[in-house]
Unconditional design. Structure first.
Length: 164
């Protein structure tokens, strides 16, 4: 809230240089801000009494957006990449899927390994679990299991993450 939007009876006022001006009525604070040709901005509305600062509002908003952009640059997004297989996968195909997962992990992403069951394959779910176990075993030097293999409907999936 800025200037006339501030409806509190008493506010703690901080000057543009950062020194405490004390607790006063919001009208007095507005007069001080107008004399300095600046805005009265409420920066801590939850405090008792609320804290207001006498600053240039346009400059304040600009600084805030710049800080947010800077913080956004520094954070890294982690994607979940998916590798899908069927229970009757051949060895060479499995190795190709493992290599793909290895590439995803090296880039810093998580990998969701999904085993899809169709039709009569649902009768042999427990015998197919070893495929996911072998997958994790092969990648154990660079990846750790974040979420263990679990059957969800017609899919059995697990999540691998990069070892730290």
């Amino acid at each position: 809230m800025i200037n006339e939007q501030i409806r509190d009876r008493e506010v703690r006022v901080v000057s543009a240089s950062g020194e405490q001006l004390g607790i006063m009525s919001s009208r007095e604070a507005m007069k001080l801000a107008q004399e300095a040709e600046l805005d009265l901005v409420k920066i801590a509305p939850k405090a008792q009494p609320p804290v207001c600062k006498i600053i240039d509002y346009g400059k304040f908003k600009y600084e805030q957006t710049r800080k947010e952009k800077e913080a956004k640059k520094k954070q890294k997004t982690v994607e979940i990449k998916e590798v899908r297989m069927s229970p009757n996968i051949d060895t060479n195909d499995l190795n190709t899927k493992i290599n793909n997962a290895k590439k995803f992990l090296e880039k810093g992403n998580k990998v969701k390994v999904t085993l899809r069951f169709r039709g009569r394959e649902m009768a042999h779910v427990q015998q197919s679990r070893h495929i996911l176990d072998d997958f994790a075993e092969t990648l154990k030097d660079i990846a750790s299991i974040e979420k263990a293999p679990k059957l969800e409907g017609r899919n059995m999936s697990m999540v691998l993450t990069v070892k730290r």
